[in-house]
Design a protein around this ligand. Structure first.
Ligand code: AMP
Ligand code: MG
Length: 382
């Protein structure tokens, strides 16, 4: 075969392959489920059976499918990986090792992490980062600018001041809040794309990736599972859900939407999805009461206080878990009107569920047919 024929034959093969791929893409949608039970989803935000499995780290939960492993020692949360086809422990090991590496680099609490080093060098010198950490910091910086500070990667001083991630949170004094608020200025974060370095211009500043790193870990974990050739899996990183493919019976994943009322548990609605990440930001996740008032962990950098936007929670449904994580925080801080407007305007491929303090639920048009409310104290509005 001469070179020309060879090229023709290769081109022909590529066309056949592309045609086959297109067919797969068209026929790839999960079938319609019966909608009669939730057991297929198993994990999910607040569904009974989430965090199922043996309590010991890395243990395997029983025989048969799904194969599930749970870890409680990563990212300050429970991580449940359920794989709905035959596989071996190597996949789980690879996933948990990957998440371990991300935490080691991006944690605010581990003293040797890259993010802690940036804080230690604040006001002194730029810090060179690994490609991966730089990419996540850059994404956090970009969304900070784009959302005009609703997401604020430099929120570290405020988060630390309130002690919201510690055993002893407290309401600080006004002066303290003012100082920390001033220190939480993302305008004073200097990035260098060429050096892949970050410099915080003032001592006392710090970066917090708490609103995006878990989402990033979800994407990284899903990539590893797909690389192992697995096409049906459910990942639950402390309530951040990533679904891969369809359930083994060919239907979509039925994911419970966590009840956002403080002190309650369970779920208040069900979303049916495939190949989507589902991430929620809500005041119920971490909070405390002081002087009869309730305070939570998502801050409004413009006030220095936990954001009071009238929402109990916002859930984002996206192809990317990183995107879902950052946008859930943005939308929660912006509130219903500005948050919905922002998403519809800039993120047309993303869907969302907003739950207000008045128990009203607003959803984007894309998921009207795949979301069902199961708690009659809540009603669909809009
Ligand atoms: P999430 O649950 O994804 O909304 O992230 C909340 C976590 O991100 C908090 O525990 C803080 O560590 C950090 N955080 C709080 N407020 C903000 C904010 N406005 N922008 C970015 N990160 C924040
Ligand atoms: Mg987030």
């Amino acid at each position: 075969m001469n070179a020309m024929e060879n090229r023709k034959s290769t081109t022909g093969k590529v066309i056949v392959l592309l045609a086959a791929l297109a067919l797969v893409a068209v026929t790839n949608a999960c079938a319609q489920g019966t909608g009669s039970d939730l057991s297929g989803a198993q994990a999910g935000q607040g569904l009974p059976g989430s965090q199922n499995g043996n309590d010991s780290p890395g243990a395997q939960a029983g025989q048969g499918l799904p194969q599930t492993q749970v870890r409680y020692d990563l990212l300050n949360t429970a991580i449940t990986i359920s794989i709905y086809e035959e596989t071996d422990d190597r996949v789980f090991d690879d996933v948990f090792n990957r998440i371990f590496g991300i935490e080691q680099a991006m944690s605010t609490t581990l003293a040797h992490s890259e993010i802690s080093t940036i804080a230690a060098m604040a006001g002194k010198t730029p810090v060179l980062l690994s490609d991966e950490t730089y990419a996540v910091v850059k994404a956090a910086y970009d969304i900070s600018v784009e959302s005009d500070g609703a997401f604020n990667l430099a929120i570290g001083p405020l988060v630390k001041l309130w002690g919201i991630n510690t055993a002893s949170p407290r309401v600080p004094g006004l002066t303290e809040i003012e100082i920390a608020q001033n220190m939480s200025d993302f305008g004073d974060v200097i990035l260098s794309d060429t050096e892949k370095s970050v410099f915080l211009t003032r001592e006392g500043m710090s970066i917090d990736l708490g609103a995006i790193a878990k989402g990033y870990a979800g994407d990284a974990a899903a990539e590893i599972i797909r690389d192992h050739g697995i096409s049906s899996a459910l990942l639950d990183l402390g309530g951040n859900i990533v679904t891969i493919g369809c359930k083994p019976d060919g239907t979509g994943w039925r994911i419970g939407l966590r009840n956002p009322i403080i002190g309650e548990s369970g779920y208040i609605g069900v979303l049916t999805v495939q190949d989507k990440a589902i991430v929620t930001s809500g005041g119920y996740e971490r909070n405390f009461v002081s002087g009869g008032r309730f305070y939570h962990h998502i801050f409004d950098g413009k006030t220095g206080y936990p954001s009071e936007s009238g929402l109990l929670s916002v859930t984002i449904i996206s192809d990317s878990s990183t995107e879902a994580d950052k946008l859930s925080t943005v939308a929660f801080v912006l509130g219903l009107d500005a948050g919905m407007d922002y998403l519809l305007r800039f993120y047309e491929d993303v869907d969302a569920v907003f739950i207000t303090e008045g128990f009203e639920i607003y959803v984007t048009p894309g998921i009207k047919d795949s979301f069902v409310i199961t708690d009659d104290r809540f009603s669909l509005a809009g």
